[in-house]
Write a protein that binds this ligand. Structure first.
Ligand code: C5P
Length: 400
């Protein structure tokens, strides 16, 4: 499971740091490549020589190598890693992570991390209980960091209570389960909507929008790569269906047709991702013949509301189904996205703003923030839509 995985192991200065050597050994045995980053205090508890010998790589601790002036790039580490694990994470390191106090290599690496981050706290019971630590933990959780809860038991101080770092073998289990969950969609069925809808005015004219369908198609491809059975319901788009036998495409034109196709298919699905830009209104009357302009100076087209597919499916959501919507906003982004999340009874909403250059309609890149019904708010960098699709699936599979 961990063969070939790149893991950054961050070690901060607590007595539990001696257990990090065991953790490192277990990860290496499972086939992971591990780069250790240690804080100056961490080195007081365990020597870089031990960790370098176990990982087979020089340990990173300083911004520069003193005698050569070589700069250690925390940015490159962020690109290299599939996962960052900070074990032990002391109250101090947790506080610095929560507030961006980048005064050592571990925190700069954390702030540059593009990969998911797991944190195994270790501290005395009073420090763990303190509201300042608890608030920091809540903040880190909300941002999508995964906390490996400390255990109760005897602490280095001689006191007994919650604060012991989880045992290395259990941390390895958590890491394996993270990779297992984030990778596989085998045995899962996913319904995805993509593209615009066209609402006919007459046989040759319609009301539409600029959606290209690229985001939804990228998600369909990502789900197919992970072995999921994908039903891709698309409005009129110029894209060809990704070549996977586990993608079934249903082509529709209008919002009503998309609504009908979703209603017919949604109960069989475990995950529903609504990426289509559905027209909110449609002409109440579609002319049978092409409307002529002769003798007509101005024209009023009366529009009636289309069904809100996301809201309908949200109101009928089955237990265990995960429902994800999109919010493309031009203003009051967060507020609008939260409203939609609640109103449509979604589990996640993927927010992107038209104010972000290179994000949104027709672009190949996107910049998203994922917001969950549990209050998580996870921002991502500008990335290709294909990589954004991976982030979306990783996030909904690994976060609660
Ligand atoms: O309300 P708004 O259109 O901004 O909501 C966006 C989300 O709702 C998207 O996930 C979109 O696919 C979905 N939606 C829908 N049916 C509609 C309107 C929006 O499924 N009629």
């Amino acid at each position: 499971m961990l063969k070939g995985k790149h893991i950054v192991l961050g070690i901060s200065g607590g007595i539990a740091a001696y257990k990090s050597a065991y953790l490192l050994r277990l990860l290496i045995k499972k086939g992971a490549e591990v780069q250790v980053v240690i804080t100056p205090n961490g080195k007081e508890f365990i020597t870089p020589a031990t960790l370098a010998a176990l990982s087979g790589k020089p340990v990173v601790s300083d911004f520069f190598t003193a005698n050569t002036g070589e700069w250690h790039s925390h940015v490159d580490l962020g690109l290299w890693a599939d996962l960052m694990v900070i074990a032990p994470a002391t109250a101090c390191t947790i506080g610095k992570m929560a507030h961006g106090i980048a005064d050592n290599m571990l925190i700069t690496t954390y702030l540059s991390a593009k990969e998911p981050v797991m944190i195994a706290p270790a501290m005395d019971l009073d420090m763990w209980k303190h509201p300042s630590t608890q608030d920091n933990i809540t903040l880190l959780k909300r941002r999508g960091n995964i906390i490996i809860e400390p255990k109760s038991g005897e602490l280095a101080s001689g006191l007994v209570g919650k604060g012991r770092m989880e045992e290395p073998d259990k941390i390895v289990e958590a890491i394996e389960s993270f990779f297992a969950k984030s990778q596989s969609l085998r045995d899962k069925k996913i319904l995805i909507t993509a593209g615009p809808t066209y609402e006919n005015i007459d046989p040759v004219r319609f009301i539409g929008n600029y959606s290209s369908g690229k985001m939804g198609f990228a998600i369909a491809e990502e789900c197919a790569v992970r072995g999921g059975q994908v039903t891709l319901i698309t409005g009129p788009v110029a894209l060809t269906t990704p070549q996977y036998e586990n993608i079934k495409r249903i082509k529709v034109i209008s919002a009503k047709e998309m609504h009908a196709a979703c209603m017919e298919n949604f109960t069989h699905n475990d995950i529903i991702i609504l990426a289509a830009a559905v027209a909110d209104y449609a002409p109440d009357y579609v002319a049978e013949k092409k409307i002529k302009r002769e003798g007509v100076e101005d024209m009023v087209i009366h529009l009636v509301k289309n069904p809100d597919i996301a809201a309908t499916l949200g109101s009928r959501k089955l237990s265990g189904q995960i429902m994800v919507g999109f919010a493309l906003e031009t203003d009051n982004e967060l507020e609008n996205a939260l409203k939609k999340l609640n109103k449509k009874n979604l589990d996640w909403i993927v927010l992107n703003s038209l104010r972000d250059a290179e994000a949104g309609f027709m672009k190949d890149t996107n910049k998203i923030t994922m917001i969950s019904s549990h209050g998580q708010l996870i921002p991502f960098d500008l990335k290709s839509k294909r990589t954004v699709a991976k982030d979306i699936i990783d996030t909904i599979l690994t976060q609660k």
